[in-house]
Design a protein around this ligand. Structure first.
Ligand code: HEC
Length: 105
């Protein structure tokens, strides 16, 4: 009986730990990207608005990563490099882009 309990809790811990992810895209988005992208400030593509994201998605993921990491002057506005937060790692920025795109399908 006791063995079964130990086995169960080890398994439970393994399941809740999930895959190892270095950066949490949602957390980065909520803290650094939402200010402009939640409401579409200055022409920023609105979070969750799939029509608004069509043109960006068509550029390809690598181009989008590049635009967000280094900054990008678009037709409607400026996407500041890393949203203006130079302290973010490239990996954190990419995770946030992934999160935004997952919600723009
Ligand atoms: C100060 C406002 C602002 C912040 C903060 C901001 N963005 Fe943007 N972002 C913009 C604007 C404006 C555009 C639209 C540029 C255009 O298409 O004209 C944009 C465009 C983008 C695009 C599309 C680029 C393309 O080539 O189509 C992505 C992806 C993106 N932002 C991701 C992010 C991520 C990730 C963060 C947080 C790390 C972030 N943004 C923070 C203003 C912002």
């Amino acid at each position: 009986m006791r063995k079964a309990i130990i086995f169960g809790s080890v398994l439970g811990a393994m399941l809740t730990a999930g895959p190892v992810s270095a950066a949490d895209g949602k957390a980065v988005y909520d803290q650094y990207c939402m200010a402009c992208h939640a409401k579409g400030v200055n022409g920023a593509q609105k979070f969750g608005d799939s029509d608004a994201w069509d043109d960006s998605i068509a550029k390809g993921l690598e181009t989008l990563y590049e635009h967000v990491i280094n900054g990008f002057q678009g037709e409607v506005g400026v996407m500041p490099a890393k949203g203006g937060f130079g302290n973010l790692s490239d990996e954190e920025v990419k995770a946030a882009v992934d999160y935004m795109l997952e919600n723009a399908q």
